[in-house]
Design a protein around this ligand. Structure first.
Ligand SMILES: *[C@@H]1O[C@H](CO)[C@@H](O)[C@H](O)[C@H]1NC(C)=O
Ligand SMILES: *[C@@H]1O[C@H](CO)[C@@H](O)[C@H](O)[C@H]1NC(C)=O
Ligand SMILES: *[C@@H]1O[C@H](CO)[C@@H](O)[C@H](O)[C@H]1NC(C)=O
Ligand SMILES: *[C@@H]1O[C@H](CO)[C@@H](O)[C@H](O)[C@H]1NC(C)=O
Ligand SMILES: *[C@@H]1O[C@H](CO)[C@@H](O)[C@H](O)[C@H]1NC(C)=O
Length: 558
């Protein structure tokens, strides 16, 4: 699983120039309709003895002396290295042990969201590479004697999980895993077991969240497997693991910006693939109200997910010959539930057959002739659709492709496609297992956007900065050039990277003016209001630093 897809087979673009609407995503005031109010809401800060607030306004209960921790030999420790990118709560303390330890949460039977937080580090002198362990969740009641017991079939969330290898391979600062678990009994027990393969192995955890959730993901009626006839049931016997949660064409949404379920949503930029990266569209800020249809709870996804989208752009000729594609690295050998969120935000798309497109998942047609207005009747009304795909192939991970293509056969008014949000869940297999193999660190990569912190792996949670990998060996690139209309002379003024970062508000996507063949062009202000266009070189596009400089020199002379 990748925290950020450094696209292999990088796109060798021709000089397609795509117009970008300057979106005002960040200035939109989201009206949170009725948030979900969970009956259970536990934020447990492991290895801590004080109640602490995180940066996102949540108060975390210490596990020291808590009723949730079952007595077992375990110790607590502070993280030795404290990366400033990593939030203090819950990551700077951990509970660890070289033998098994468990937490038991008394809950009202129901469906729970469970999040586990891991920050690979040196704890109590234990080398980070020795943190190799399994995690299981026991959720069932033995109805014969009404006593809780460990059912052999309860869910394996992680097995032989190496936090250091995962952190390194995915280049993440920390790891968050999120699971949906239906609890039949009155307790949910989470057990950490060090690997038996190494005598130095230990298990640790920094934080655990247990939140009761409404039934917004389960489906007892079965979903058709894309490209096949069989039905897949996402019911109580399945534990879905959220692996990606994306606000397409929008900004990141922190847990407190979600609808009461404390989910994190991330911008889709890192997962876009190919020449056609489309344009972001935002609902007209003067009429942002998203009208949730009857029967769709408003907590399915925040308004912010539906008020922003990505579409292909204004050029039908380009759209006709291309796909709008995202790729997600996932573990092989599992079924995946893919939820796509749609909402027509462009005022012009207010009737059927204005915009129609096909959806491909794993290169198979998941749906053809999609007409969002046909589903919703109206503009600014959200809808979501679920699909199940199976991902096979050579292990441990493969790319899952999601592609949209205009549907020409229906002769819509616009050859275009739109998408507002993506959620991808790995489904537990017939052995009630969710564990995949540890991701294998790739060869040293030289494709780095050093200015940007990027969403992490599973569910895109956590932040990562490519320069902050555990080995810290990824090179920083700084191929950012600048050409300013006020500087049309041979006297090229050179700006430092921090100056450029400031001018573009750290390459804020809302300042994007366009994407050229070789990189993105941002609008910005420098030296007290001088308007400038800033081009950011993209090493993926095959343009070397030298060619980039030549181009900038040339453009500056124009
Ligand atoms: C699934 O579990 C929930 C509680 O966790 C329960 O309310 C619901 O009835 C169960 N559904 C089925 C079909 O067993
Ligand atoms: C941790 O273990 C790795 C591999 O066994 C080794 O290379 C590294 O030096 C160790 N680090 C410390 C701090 O002992
Ligand atoms: C899907 O198609 C792309 C490009 O044609 C290819 O690289 C990729 O391997 C295919 N994926 C699968 C799962 O077949
Ligand atoms: C779009 O994707 C589908 C599925 O992978 C593929 O069959 C088709 O050739 C692609 N079309 C273009 C124009 O890339
Ligand atoms: C455990 O993970 C390590 C590191 O990825 C791997 O080398 C080893 O084969 C795995 N062991 C088992 C039993 O899966």
């Amino acid at each position: 699983m990748d925290c950020f897809k450094y696209m292999k087979n990088a796109n060798r673009c021709s000089s397609v120039f795509v117009l970008i609407f300057i979106s005002l995503a960040s200035s939109i005031h989201v009206i949170f309709s009725a948030n979900y109010i969970p009956s259970e809401q536990i934020f447990l800060n492991c290895g801590e003895s004080l109640i602490l607030n995180d940066t996102d306004t949540r108060s975390w209960t210490p596990d020291v002396g808590s009723k949730f921790l079952l007595s077992a030999k375990s110790s607590i420790s502070k993280a030795i290295t404290q990366d400033p990118l990593v939030p203090k709560v819950p990551y700077m303390t951990a509970r660890l042990s070289q033998s098994e330890f468990s937490y038991r949460f008394p809950v009202v039977p129901g469906r729970m969201l469970v999040r586990l937080h891991f920050y690979s580090n040196l704890y109590n002198g234990h080398n980070a590479t020795n943190a190799i362990f399994s995690v299981s969740a026991y959720n069932r009641l033995n109805t014969t004697n009404n006593r809780f017991f460990y059912l052999p079939g309860s869910f394996t969330l992680l097995r032989n999980f190496s936090t250091s290898q995962t952190t390194y391979a995915l280049n993440c600062a920390y790891i968050v895993r999120e699971y949906l678990i239906a609890v039949d009994g009155e307790t949910l027990t989470i057990k950490f077991t060090p690997s038996t393969n190494s005598s130095n192995a230990y298990a640790f955890v920094n934080g655990i969240e247990v939140i009761s959730m409404p039934n917004i993901y389960y489906n007892d009626n079965g979903l058709k497997l894309v490209g096949q006839d069989s039905l897949i049931f996402v019911d109580n016997t399945t534990a879905p693991e959220s692996v990606y949660r994306i606000n397409v064409g929008g900004n990141d949404i922190s847990p407190s910006g979600d609808t009461g379920l404390f989910r994190s949503w991330y911008n889709d930029q890192p997962y876009l693939y190919g020449e056609t990266v489309g344009v972001t569209v935002t609902a007209d800020p003067s009429k942002t109200i998203i009208s949730y249809p009857k029967g769709m709870p408003t907590y399915v996804a925040p308004e912010n997910v539906y008020s922003t989208a990505r579409s292909m752009g204004l050029n039908p000729q380009i759209n006709k010959n291309s796909n709008l594609t995202w790729i997600f690295s996932v573990d092989v050998g599992f079924y995946y539930l893919v939820r796509l969120h749609f909402c027509e935000v462009r005022a012009a798309i207010n009737q059927i057959n204005r915009r129609r497109f096909n959806i491909f998942l794993g290169n198979e047609t998941a749906e053809s002739g999609v007409d969002v207005i046909r589903w919703t009747k109206y503009n600014r009304v959200p809808v979501y659709k679920d699909y199940v795909v199976i991902v096979g192939g050579e292990g441990p991970q493969q790319d899952l492709w999601l592609a949209l293509h205009p549907n020409l056969s229906e002769q819509p008014q616009y050859y275009d496609a739109i998408l507002n949000g993506i959620e991808i869940f790995k489904l537990s297999d017939t052995d009630d297992n969710l564990a995949g193999a540890n991701p294998i660190p790739g060869p040293k990569q030289d494709v780095v956007d050093s200015s940007k912190t990027l969403p992490s792996s599973h569910a895109g949670m956590g932040k990562t900065s490519p320069s902050d990998g555990p080995a810290g060996q990824l090179p920083k690139t700084n191929t950012t050039g600048i050409y300013a209309s006020s500087l049309l002379s041979n006297l090229c003024r050179h700006f430092s990277f921090p100056e450029i970062k400031a001018a573009t508000k750290n390459f804020d996507e809302t300042l994007l003016l366009g994407v050229g063949g070789f990189g993105k062009v941002y609008g910005g202000e420098i030296e007290g209001g001088t308007k400038v266009a800033i081009k950011r070189g993209n090493p993926l596009n095959g343009q070397g630093v030298h060619e980039f400089q030549t181009e900038i020199d040339l453009l500056s002379k124009l």
